[in-house]
Design a protein around this ligand. Structure first.
Ligand code: CA
Length: 232
């Protein structure tokens, strides 16, 4: 049973989330402050997902995400933002969140996102009879999908499951244009017409990992008005 940590200081919302997620068959833990949440994230038993509010006492959600990632914890993070603030969203994604929802949100939307993130968590191929995807080499990097790692000059970098999944989706369609909608559907399990910048903020992250000059990408190329194309 997947174990979800809900970090939310609005008591009624936290209890409502716990009630509904438990009804969906998840194990739920609650934390109402950033500092205690961070302690829990570093403890046992391991979590399968974190639902993280941004405005928290103790430490902000941004800081919780940043510190969790800095300690090598890559549990998927679904961030809750108070309002549709693109800067908050991009910052949260850059600090390590995997997806976000803006408040107020519909419960069924939350559950759909949770399920999509948990599917991605298993994406490394552990449940796949075909086994994990083989390593891919291009430019100056080697991507190990089984270990969620990128080897590049200067060291090894850990990918989140969603980052690996996006990179894999791009490589799988090498040379072809793949639209944002297709990526939302295959990588995030979202409807292709979902209004979100998540694809673009993840592409920014991937370019930093794989491109020699991220501002002039050679491998993950933008195709204006259409989407992206992977070039080896
Ligand atoms: Ca709050």
């Amino acid at each position: 049973m997947p174990r979800i940590l809900v970090v939310e200081d609005e008591e009624h919302l936290a209890e409502g989330l716990a009630f509904n997620l438990e009804a969906e068959g998840f194990e739920v833990e609650l934390q109402s402050a950033g500092d205690t949440a961070l302690q829990r994230i570093g403890a046992e038993p391991p979590l399968d997902l974190i639902i993280l509010d941004l405005m928290l006492p103790g430490l902000s959600g941004f800081e919780v995400a940043r510190r969790a990632r800095a300690t090598g914890n890559y549990v998927p993070i679904l961030m809750l933002t108070a309002k549709d603030n693109p800067q908050d969203i991009v910052r949260g994604m850059e600090l390590g969140a995997d997806d976000y929802l803006t408040k107020p949100f519909k419960l069924d939307e939350l559950v759909a996102r949770v399920r999509a993130l948990l599917r991605r968590r298993r994406w490394d191929g552990a449940d796949d009879e075909a086994g994990p995807a083989p390593p891919e080499r291009f430019g100056r990097v080697t991507v190990h999908f089984d270990r969620l790692e990128i080897e590049r000059p200067g060291g090894v970098l850990q990918l989140t499951p969603l980052e690996a999944s996006l990179l894999h989706a791009l490589i799988a369609r090498e040379g072809e244009v793949i639209t944002r909608g297709e990526l939302l559907e295959t990588v995030w399990g979202l409807r292709p017409d979902t209004r979100t910048r998540v694809v673009d903020s993840f592409v920014v992250r991937l370019r930093r990992y794989v491109e020699e000059k991220p501002e002039r990408p050679r491998h993950i190329v933008s195709v204006r008005g259409r989407g992206y194309r992977f070039v080896r």
